[in-house]
Design a binder for this molecule. Structure first.
Ligand SMILES: Cc1cc2nc3c(=O)[nH]c(=O)nc-3n(C[C@H](O)[C@H](O)[C@H](O)COP(=O)(O)O)c2cc1C
Ligand code: SF4
Length: 657
């Protein structure tokens, strides 16, 4: 395949060297790892899926691997959000996607999976299956223990699905045997308690995988890549570790020709790790497995910078660099690295708020609003407000919304000036990035700063705007954000979570009660961690059933651990009744029981209110728009998407003569 040329890649020579993998030669070592997007509700490759992958290939990746696709009804839920690889009707969409990826100069591999016991039985039409009827951690029901006929049937379903992908122009297929899914359930002693041909020792536990790869290889022949994805460490008690993984690999490679191995870590709940773990957190374990390996291997987990990628290749950890989120956040990552401009990369900030919240409508990204909206332009034109191309724009506010809008407007060739009241760009990102483990949020502000400089945007810092009449510009975009809602009507020494997070910390000593309003979002947890780090004993009380209710599950577990380690305690289902001068009185909802919590201060999460005066009191005759929290406070992702929506609406005009 050939696509538009990339830069010469001299800054990262190993990363941009081609590699022969089985029958094909990849243009570079960058692999777009599988990203299940849930862009369908009828089991097909939809146009959104095609566009999404077109974009990843055009950005310069060498190999694009698709998100997992179901090989049988046992891996599909009622909502049909997985592509159904077993249905011949899938081939047309697969072909359109393959062509789109090839047009961008990349090769494409389709991933095949059955989730086995990780499927939620209550959401399915079919039945979840597994080698043994052992409930997955967190699952409500145990899977059905497979008969040997069902195992043969599973092998055949992988074979048939592989055929459809080959017919649809894929360069290869990847068999997903990682992340604690069905084939991994066979491999791991934690989930396979059989004592027959498919379990009892390492050789028999590997048989289902080997049979599957053999059947797929026989089906697709030698001209189509066959890869296998494995977790080198499934991080389950009594599960697979790197030594066992290497044993499986040796058995597999002795039995059948495999073109590459994609090496991951973790199972459901841990296989995508947030910014609280170090970059490249799995590389030591992956390196232990790849030593002396005869086939190409892909490393993964928290790889997000070209320097890091080059380094792991030079160190011989793996022959290919796999990234999912880094390429969700910036599909042009490879192109920018090849141009020797790593500073221009919009680095994944590892917060997982949008990509792992599993909200209806499928994959989105906090800092890349295009994700999931590649085809939305027509819809977003509703209420379009056309403005001429040469318009000058004044953006008031340098938080995530204002920065994103300013960058986009400048990309369109508009003359942009940005006014920020503080002495730094970033707005609430700066406060959020103070939380332990969340420092990478500041990378988004740094990225925007670099881009605004490159695009010639005039940035005025320490420049509060009191009156829009003082601001020149054909269009004014108000992105003044939000402020804390205050502490009324608490009668005790009180501060708001907003005050704590935006610092400085309240001066007095003594224990603190932190009252969350039930949303369980990052602000409360951040305030608790900052106070605990300052030596204050902290109790959190929430009106809800969880102190981390608003945080994606994969981050929530680690956050609870950090809160516990910091000595933070919590009380659920609690209502604040008052303070007797020494302790706060809480009432436990439902029972009416009273709990006294010694507290020298009460910190309250009372939410945020928009700073909206400028746009609400805009002088008549001016074109003024509001974006981000200044409309109403929501997430960073919402703020950034507001900027995209407004930019697309304003950008619909025919260019001025
Ligand atoms: C939104 C999303 C969906 C994912 N879906 C899949 C999948 O279908 N199959 C798979 O093997 N891994 C899947 N993964 C895991 C990634 O391929 C990758 O292993 C993981 O995100 C760690 O790499 P990263 O730090 O580069 O994101 C998914 C990850 C994300 C963020
Ligand atoms: S949502 Fe956050 S964690 Fe996910 S890809 Fe985007 S920046 Fe990275």
């Amino acid at each position: 395949v050939t696509g538009p040329a990339l830069g010469d890649g001299t800054a990262f020579p190993k990363l941009f060297s081609p590699l022969r993998v089985g029958p094909i030669t990849l243009r570079n070592r960058i692999v777009n790892l599988p990203q299940g997007m849930a862009y369908t509700n009828r089991g097909r490759v939809e146009e959104e899926d095609v566009e999404y992958h077109r974009r990843r290939a055009a950005g310069g990746a060498g190999l694009v691997i698709t998100g997992g696709t179901a090989v049988a009804g046992s891996s599909q839920s009622r909502t049909r959000n997985f592509v159904e690889a077993y249905d011949p009707a899938v081939v047309d969409g697969v072909r359109r996607r393959s062509e789109a990826v090839h047009a961008g100069g990349a090769h494409i591999v389709g991933q095949l999976f059955d989730l086995g016991r990780e499927m939620a039985a209550e959401a399915m039409t079919d039945t979840p299956i597994s080698p043994t009827a052992l409930r997955a951690p967190g699952a409500r029901y145990a899977p059905m223990a497979m008969t040997s006929d069902q195992i043969t049937g599973m092998v055949d379903s992988f074979r048939l699905s592989a055929r459809h992908f080959a017919q649809g122009g894929c360069d290869g297929v990847e068999i997903h045997a990682a992340h604690g899914y069905l084939l991994a359930q066979f491999l791991s002693p934690a989930s396979n308690r059989r004592d027959d041909g498919y379990g009892g020792d390492a050789v028999r536990r590997a048989r289902a995988l080997i049979d599957t790869v053999r059947a797929v290889r026989a089906e697709v022949g030698d001209d189509v890549l066959v890869g296998v994805r494995l977790s080198v460490d499934d991080e389950l008690a009594g599960g697979t570790d790197p030594a066992q993984c290497r044993e499986t690999i040796d058995l597999l490679l002795d039995a059948v020709a495999v073109d590459y191995l994609s090496l991951a870590v973790g199972a459901k709940g841990t296989y995508v790790q947030d910014s609280s773990v170090p970059e490249g957190v799995a590389l030591d374990r992956i390196g232990a497995v790849t030593r002396g390996l005869a086939v190409p291997s892909v490393a993964s987990q928290r790889i997000r910078r070209p320097e890091q990628a080059e380094q792991l290749l030079v160190a011989g950890v793996a022959s290919l660099v796999g990234m999912a989120r880094a390429l969700i956040a910036d599909p042009d990552w490879p192109r920018k690295a090849a141009d020797g401009r790593p500073d221009r990369i919009r680095r994944c900030v590892g917060a997982m708020q949008d990509c792992r919240s599993h909200l209806a409508g499928g994959l989105r990204c906090t800092i890349n609003p295009e994700v999931g909206h590649e085809l939305d332009t027509a819809r977003l034109r509703v209420n379009a407000v056309p403005v001429p191309a040469r318009t000058s724009v004044a953006v008031v506010g340098g938080g995530p919304a204002g920065l994103e809008f300013a960058r986009r407007a400048a990309e369109r060739g508009r003359h942009v000036r940005l006014f920020e009241a503080g002495d730094k760009l970033g707005g609430q990102l700066l406060a959020a990035s103070r939380a332990p483990g969340r420092g990478e949020l500041a990378d988004f502000a740094n990225y925007q700063r670099t881009e605004l400089r490159r695009l010639g945007v005039t940035v005025h810092l320490a420049a509060p705007v009191d009156d829009l009449s003082d601001v020149e510009g054909d269009v004014v975009v108000v992105a003044t954000g939000a402020t804390g809602a205050g502490t009324d009507p608490l009668p005790v020494p009180a501060a708001s979570v907003w005050d704590v997070v935006h610092g400085p910390l309240p001066g007095a000593d003594g224990p603190v009660l932190l009252l969350d309003d039930g949303r369980g979002e990052w602000a409360s947890a951040t305030a608790a961690l900052l106070l605990a780090a300052a030596g204050r004993p902290v109790t959190m009380a929430t009106a809800g059933g969880s102190i981390v209710a608003g945080i994606p599950a994969e981050s929530a577990a680690g956050l609870r651990r950090r809160l516990r380690t910091a000595g933070v305690r919590w009380i659920l289902d609690a209502t604040y009744m008052g303070h007797d001068g020494v302790a706060a009185i809480l009432c436990v909802n439902g029972t009416g029981d009273e709990v006294r919590v010694p507290a020298a201060a009460v910190i309250v999460e009372s939410g945020r209110i928009p700073v909206d005066r400028l746009w609400r009191d805009a002088p008549p005759g001016r074109i003024v728009h509001a974006i981000g929290d200044a409309r109403t406070p929501r997430t960073i992702g919402n703020a950034v998407r507001d900027a995209m929506v407004l930019d697309r609406r304003l950008g619909t005009t025919v260019r001025a003569a």
